[in-house]
Design a protein around this ligand. Structure first.
Ligand code: CA
Length: 509
């Protein structure tokens, strides 16, 4: 679809209309403000804009602009809802969706550039982009213009807020008289002791020392300074972790761990219930996972497994002696909103967007409505009991009140409020000590690059992941097959992909 030809005409018409009209909405400082704007919002396959959300009702009270959702509630698939919207004759005023889709829509002329509007009408957006360079990068299209406003977690370039951490059975360490592991070797030795010395006391070697519920060995590779995905090497070049020497060494070591019974034989397949299965049966010893959910198991299984004490520990230093955490949150959440070519009130809309990045708007998204969702006690915002005691958990409850991922800053507060003491202690230790390793900044492949990627990428990563399983499980040894492996990925066009990734990355540098 290409909207480009008609875009400039539409803008010209809208400006003329704004100048000569005056009978619709209210006009302040020469900006016509409508009472209502339409919005397309349907994401994660279940979150659809709802006019009853108190958070957006409050925003309407403050800004004078009410949003009206345009998505039919009968569509449950977000991608389908988005495609359906695109073929309508008139696009909704505001389009909210993932940044790659909005980038494509902008290229096709469906969104208008926001640079001048931001300059003239949006001081808070300007400030946000100044404070949060990563957000500006995420918002900048390949043509250099800004077509949408993304959101961020913290609003500043705190670019490595930890997501996950290492958890270990402190009660097992105590029982076996072992210290918390601080290095890779110590971690290995502790986990081997878990396998061999029967910490659950049932006379069987049924312990599963190291387990994961998703991602296989991806997070474990960091102990060996290796990686499963793209990262910057020492020369500042983007490389895929599974092609590096460090990865070869990691696979050699991890195959040994696997053979010794340290790693869950079902690490690639156990799935989302791994923690429930292995902690409720007193078998799991150590994992790497999200702080808040993993810290909840001591309470959950207090009666089933007396003394269960599964707690976060400082990351064991990697083989180079570096204490670090590579699973960090993206600073931008990947969703954004923009102004469509059919919007007759671009100035008022950018001011509405700007509201959400003011202190008042950030607080509204982060904490909800004062009196309803939070109160200020001794100068601190404290969630109300209704929020704190929500059965579905605070983040889900607040989402249903309208705390959604739009172009603002906020959701970390809710998540922290929902953490128990164990989780908070671990999270704060990782965050305050800056263990998080900043991820590669966001960048966009252009159309040609995307075509090349689509042609080769899936086959390549599928091959690499299959080979990884063979090496870990000892079906093949890494030393005997590494050269052949590199030859195969070369033939599968790995280096071509590496080149386009570096070309795209170099454009944002
Ligand atoms: Ca046992």
């Amino acid at each position: 679809m290409n909207f480009k030809k008609i875009t400039s005409l539409v803008i010209a018409t809208a400006i003329t209309a704004a100048l000569i009209s005056g009978c619709r909405g209210t006009t302040t400082s020469n900006i016509e403000t409508p009472e209502e704007l339409t919005i397309h919002m349907h994401f994660f396959d279940y979150c659809v804009y709802d006019e009853d959300w108190p958070i957006f009702q409050k925003a309407a009270e403050i800004t004078g602009i009410k949003l009206r959702g345009t998505v039919s509630e009968t569509i449950s698939n977000s991608g389908q809802a988005y495609s359906t919207m695109l073929v309508e004759n008139t696009l909704p005023d505001i389009i909210h969706y993932t940044t790659p889709s909005l980038t494509t829509l902008a290229k096709d002329g469906g969104l208008i550039p926001l640079d001048d509007l931001i300059d003239k009408y949006a001081p808070n957006i300007k400030k946000f982009f100044e404070e949060c360079a990563v957000a500006r990068l995420a918002a900048t299209a390949p043509d250099g213009h800004i077509y949408f406003i993304p959101g961020s977690l913290s609003g500043v370039d705190e670019n490595a807020i930890p997501a996950m951490g290492w958890f270990i059975r402190q009660d097992w360490l105590d029982k076996l008289g072992l210290k918390r592991p601080t290095t890779v070797q110590e971690l290995h030795d502790v986990l081997l002791a878990f396998k061999q010395r029967d910490p659950n006391g049932n006379g069987e070697a049924d312990e599963i020392p190291l387990f994961k519920r998703a991602g296989g060995i991806s997070d474990i590779l960091q102990l060996f300074d290796a990686d499963n995905g793209w990262r910057l090497n020492k020369d500042g070049k983007l490389v895929f972790g599974q092609t590096e020497e460090a990865y070869k060494n990691a696979m050699r070591e991890l195959a040994k761990w696997y053979k010794e019974g340290i790693i869950d034989p079902e690490i690639f397949s156990r799935g989302s219930q791994a923690r429930d299965q292995l902690l409720s049966t007193d078998k799991g010893g150590c994992t790497h996972d999200w702080f808040s959910s993993t810290a909840s198991y001591n309470d959950k299984y207090a009666e089933t497994v007396p003394g269960l004490n599964f707690i976060p520990i400082t990351p064991p230093a990697d083989i180079n002696g570096v204490i670090k955490e590579t699973t960090v949150r993206g600073l931008t959440h990947g969703l954004a909103w923009g102004i469509s070519k059919d919007n007759k009130y671009p100035e008022a809309t950018i001011k509405y967007f700007d509201f959400w990045l003011s202190e008042e708007g950030r607080t509204l998204n982060g904490y909800g409505v004062e009196g309803l969702h939070y109160n200020v006690v001794d100068g601190e915002k404290v969630f109300t009991n209704t929020v704190l005691s929500a059965k579905e958990g605070i983040p889900t409850y607040m989402r249903n009140q309208g705390q959604v991922e739009i172009g603002t800053v906020g959701s970390l507060a809710t998540e922290l409020a929902g953490m128990n003491e164990i989780a908070l202690k671990g999270f704060n230790e990782y965050r305050n000590n800056k263990y998080g390793v900043p991820p590669v900044p966001p960048f966009n492949l252009n159309e040609e690059e995307n075509e090349i990627k689509n042609q080769y990428y899936t086959n390549l990563t599928t091959f690499m992941n299959e080979q990884q399983q063979k090496w870990l499980m000892g079906v093949e040894t890494v030393d005997a097959t590494w050269d052949k492996y590199i030859e195969t990925i070369t033939n599968m066009n790995y280096y071509e992909i590496e080149k386009i990734y570096n070309d795209a990355y170099n454009r944002i540098k």
